[in-house]
Structures are given as structure tokens and as C-alpha cells.
Ligand binder design. Structure first.
Ligand code: IMP
Length: 192
């Protein structure tokens, strides 16, 4: 039986991406109502993913899915973290700020984190999955694909930045890819 799952985002691109991960999962995905805006007031990725999924589920009286993600730089004590999207006005400004704050610091270690949460129609959280991708912050952007901080995030194992990877390759190593693999493993055991 196909069940409706409301995606707690206003972004059709994110709907397509989540759809790609959940193909053949038995869920039919739909975007949340446009007028329903949820403020990300949590101070962890988990708190934000859960509050978005929970509020959209309660308002729509359907199952809902949400994710929250961001970049954590070790030498910046985990910044920009949950403020990743708000660290500047444009991707260029956000990248420039991280590079400025890091300066010539030799410790370039960083990670992308993504938490995905699914809420039941009553707003309770049915499951949560986290994915982490470790990498290094370069001194200057490299590559032109992807979005956000992709051009400065270098994955040692592949010797490429996220912005130099095909979408398929990025999915196979990324925080979001790993979070969804974990989610898919947990889906059959969903306690309804
Ligand atoms: P959100 O999960 O849509 O709130 O996005 C958080 C922010 O983190 C994005 O706006 C990006 O700045 C950053 N971010 C999250 N995932 C990625 C990624 O895969 N590549 C580059 N930036 C990312």
C-alpha cells in the first residue's frame, strides 16, 4: 500500500533528491503547503529535523519527513553548524567567511552532518537517522558543481571536493547519502 509522506521543505529540488533516495520504498512524496513556514530554532541538527517533521505532520495530519544539515569545522569549534545556511547572504559570502575565519590554521579538519527524521501524523518521531562525512577545508574553492560549501570541502579518500563529484559519486560518500541509507535500513522496522 502506498502511503503519503509530506516533505517538510518548500524546495522542489530537495523533494526530487529525497524522492531519488526513497524510490521503491512504498511512500508517495508530496511537498508541504507553501504557507507553512517552520523556523529552525533548535541548536542541533537533530532538534531542527525533528521539529520540522513534527510540525508538518501535525498540521497536515500525515506522515512527514524532514532533514537538517550543515558544515562543522573542527578549528572553529563546530561552526557554522546549524547556522550554515545563515552564515552569509550568498554561497560565495558564506565560503569567504569560513575561509577568513580559518585563515592559515593548519588544522583543516571538518565534517558535513545530516539528520533525517520521520514523524507520525500525531507529531511523534517515528525514526531518525544521522550521516556524517569527514573532510578538509581547502584554502580556495575548487570545482563548479553542487551547492553551498561544496567547492571548499575536500574528501581525501577520493581526492576531490564535493563540487568536483558527479551527483552519484557525492551521494555515495555524502552525509545526506549516509543518513538516507540508514533511514532505508530502519524503514521496514517502522513502529506505526
Ligand atoms: P538545510 O539542511 O537545507 O538547512 O541546509 C543547511 C546548509 O548547510 C545549506 O544551506 C548549505 O549551506 C549547507 N550544506 C548542507 N549540506 C551541504 C552539502 O552537501 N554541500 C554544501 N553545503 C551543504
Amino acid at each position: 500500500m502506498t502511503k503519503l509522506l509530506v516533505v517538510a521543505t518548500g524546495n522542489p529540488g530537495k523533494l526530487r533528491e529525497i524522492q531519488a533516495y526513497l524510490t521503491d520504498s512504498g511512500w508517495e512524496l508530496t511537498l508541504k503547503p507553501e504557507e507553512l513556514e517552520i523556523e529552525e530554532t533548535g541548536d542541533t541538527f537533530s532538534a531542527n529535523a525533528c521539529l520540522k517533521a513534527s510540525q508538518v505532520a501535525q498540521v497536515t495530519e500525515n506522515w512527514a519527513i524532514a532533514d537538517d544539515s550543515g558544515l562543522q569545522v573542527d578549528a572553529l569549534n563546530g561552526a557554522p553548524g546549524v547556522y550554515s545556511a545563515r552564515y552569509g547572504k550568498t554561497d560565495e559570502e558564506r565560503i569567504a567567511r569560513v575561509l577568513r575565519e580559518l585563515g592559515d590554521t593548519p588544522n583543516r579538519q571538518a565534517q558535513f552532518v545530516c539528520v533525517v527524521a520521520i514523524a507520525r501524523p500525531d507529531g511523534t518521531i517515528a525514526l531518525e537517522s544521522e550521516g556524517v562525512c569527514r573532510g578538509e577545508i581547502l584554502h580556495a574553492p575548487r570545482g563548479s558543481d553542487g551547492f553551498g560549501y561544496d567547492p571548499i570541502f575536500y574528501v581525501q579518500q577520493l581526492q576531490l571536493t564535493f563540487a568536483q563529484m558527479t551527483p552519484e559519486l557525492k551521494r555515495s560518500v555524502s552525509h545526506r547519502g549516509k543518513a538516507f541509507v540508514g533511514l532505508l535500513q530502519k524503514l521496514p522496522h517502522l513502529n506505526q
